[in-house]
Design a binder for this molecule. Structure first.
Ligand SMILES: NC(=O)c1ccc[n+]([C@@H]2O[C@H](COP(=O)([O-])OP(=O)(O)OC[C@H]3O[C@@H](n4cnc5c(N)ncnc54)[C@H](OP(=O)(O)O)[C@@H]3O)[C@@H](O)[C@H]2O)c1
Length: 284
């Protein structure tokens, strides 16, 4: 089976390369594969993949508020390009999406059938990408995940580990609840998805949930660091992008297919040991 991975050098893309190494992989890498350019479609058509895993995206939630057109161009128009090419190739399309398609007003885990209502430019661009993918490619699976962290690239876990080593006190938002997801666990779940004929929308996040504050406290403790973490409100954090207060996702469809992801605390403990094995430059 030939699998084309877009965003193959991103957090998830790197883990997909590792987990799917037994397959015939084609890597869609910027700048040869640029979602903003029409040639992206040609790259996919020439590769003749059986499956396209579309992990490339404009992922800077804060910056997207300043350049919403760019976020839309990459995440909606770019995804549409990928979907058109996957459809023409007769390939199955798996598109990564986000918990930020929801407004966070619910207080029970969001199900795949819940109505999305994004609060920020990034969420709007990802939702539009979902819709265009589903409209353009008949064999599409949207996989929504949340609070992703991996060994490669920047993320919350690495940032907290670095800051807690540099500063005695940290302030972290305590009124947003979600589910941290280990990129390696998500990649393994996606490998299992390849053995199913799931299509439509699925949620795929680490099990359990927490606030960013609880997440940070657990990171500091597991890493054996001594910084004190103080809880603050979203308002006190002064961020440009509105953030939904609650985006826990129920992984109902995946669970029905027998696919589960580990609890976020177990995954985090594993990650903290793993991160020590990578080069210091990669840890920051
Ligand atoms: N990170 C999270 O917390 C999170 C949460 C929920 C959902 N997701 C979704 O999960 C997926 C994977 O996220 P991630 O954290 O692995 O993302 P990431 O580390 O930011 O990687 C994104 C990848 O997309 C590539 N890319 C960006 N613009 C591109 C363009 N114009 N053309 C081609 N490639 C481009 C990047 O290439 P360069 O490295 O060359 O820039 C990078 O390889 C994304 O769809 C994201 O929206 C992420």
């Amino acid at each position: 089976m030939r699998i084309l991975i877009t965003g193959a050098d991103g957090q998830l893309g790197c883990e997909l390369q590792r987990v799917l190494s037994g397959y015939d992989l084609v890597l869609g890498l910027w700048p040869d594969f640029d979602l903003l350019k029409a040639e992206a479609e040609r790259v996919i058509l020439e590769a003749k993949p059986d499956v396209v895993i579309h992990a490339a995206a404009y992922t800077d939630v804060e910056k997207a508020e300043q350049e919403p057109d760019m976020a839309m161009a990459v995440n909606a128009e770019g995804t549409e390009r990928v979907a058109r090419a996957a459809a023409k190739s007769g390939a199955r399309l798996i598109v990564l999406s986000t918990d930020y398609v929801f407004d966070g007003r619910k207080r029970l885990p969001y199900e795949e059938t819940d109505f999305p209502n994004p609060l920020n430019a990034y969420g709007r661009s990802k939702l539009e990408g979902e819709r265009r993918a589903l409209a353009r490619c008949p064999n599409t699976l949207i996989v929504r995940t949340s609070w992703l962290y991996g060994l490669h690239g920047k993320n919350f876990v690495k940032t907290i580990m670095r800051l807690a080593g540099e500063q005695p006190e940290l302030r972290v938002v305590a009124d947003q609840r979600g589910a941290p997801t280990h990129a390696g666990d998500l990649a393994s779940a996606l490998a299992e998805v390849l053995g199913t004929d799931l299509c439509g929308v699925v949620h795929a996040t680490g099990s359990g949930d927490c606030t960013w504050y609880e997440f940070a406290c657990t990171i500091v403790s597991l890493a054996g660091l001594s910084a004190t973490v103080h809880p603050i409100t979203t308002e006190e954090a002064h961020r440009a992008a509105s953030r939904p207060p609650y985006t826990v996702l129920a992984n109902r469809v995946l669970a029905k297919a027998g696919i589960t992801l580990p609890h976020w605390k177990d995954a985090l403990a594993r990650f903290v040991s793993e991160v020590r094995t990578v080069a210091p430059a990669e840890r920051a």
